[in-house]
Design a protein around this ligand. Sequence first.
Ligand code: ADP
Ligand code: MG
Length: 407
Amino acid sequence: MNNKYLHLDRVYYKTIENVCNKKVIIRACLNVEIDKEYNIVNDSRLQQAFPLINEMVNVAQSVLVIGHIGRPKTRDPRLSIKQIIPFFKNKFKNTSIRIKVLDDIDQDSFTKIKMYSKNKTVFFLENIRFFSEEESEDIRVQENFAMKLAKLGDIFINDAFPDYRISASTYYIARYLPSYIGPAYKNEVDKLNLIFNPNKPFVAIMGGAKLSEKIDILNLMLKISDKVLIGGAMSYTFLKAIGIQIGSSLFEPEKLELAKSMIENYKHKICLPIDHVIVKSLDILSNIEITKNSAIPDDYVGVDIGPNTIKLFESEILHASTILWNGPMGMFENTSFANGTKNIAMLLSHLKNKVIIAGGGETVQAINKFCENKNGYTHISNGGGAMLFYISNENFPTLDVILEKHN
Ligand code: ADP
Ligand code: MG
């Protein structure tokens, strides 16, 4: 990791001297899943976005919140910002704070913002990805759009760590306004930084579907941690690479060479499953069996780590002082194949005096599903892909663009 991310106080929004007479633009992470019935599946990202919005609406001259939901190709009503307005309305009930949606950025938006200034109104701009300029392939289009957005405020606060890809509202806008990071953003970075100065032993637990999506983070963990426990479908690519039978389990043929070289270079660090939960077919009627060793017979599919692997991984975890977990140990969405993931999630939630960082879309889903008490976790990252990117890359553009302005 780059040391430049260790001292973020100077770019933290708390250093803004006086926001009372300022128009604040907040880039929040509002990217929640909206189901077919238009319900919010999990509002934890909105919960994290709330504190800054709440603070600013009480002190600033005006507040404009910008964010995206999903990956809309058109103005899909299901992905409209209007879907998350009830959440915030509910948060502000019993207050005099009002919420308004701006459908577009035009003269009318300026007039509205001005009209409601100092009137305790939070403006939410419509899903920023409804505007084709936001992610235009032409950078100049993104820049011009960012300039247009910037005209709606005096300062910019980015609180959307998960929205890490460069776009007009996450990156370019910071070039045109005094810019800072917000509390949710800073918290993510501060907590993720803990793994770069770990108390030893440092153990990484890696799982999930594809090795190919996790090469960078795996390479880094092999370098900086003491043990890497590998479960999930990803482990079958490793097992096959060293000639162990994996039946018809999921694996990535084009990654066999890479897996083999990782094992050759880090034999003493990599810890692979020693038994598996297997089924003949993914049909519910199919019998669930446990292998006696790390091999999976022909015609069988691996769906979870086995009981001896759980014990092995647990003993490594108990010895660790710092733990990073990304990726489920099996197809935990199916209760019959959830034991590995559930045991790891629950063990971590009960540990004391360890630094435990967990993240990843499905990993967080599993933790929420299996752990009522999450006290053992130092940090459960909402960042998803952003977490992996932050940990395994030297640069993080949406933060760099703000840091550069304060140099
Ligand atoms: P995260 O989002 O936490 O980083 P991934 O996206 O890498 O995790 O992977 C999660 C998915 O991996 C889950 O949906 C899970 O069902 C799947 N998975 C885990 N183990 C297996 C397996 N043995 N076979 C097939 N899929 C698996
Ligand atoms: Mg995922």
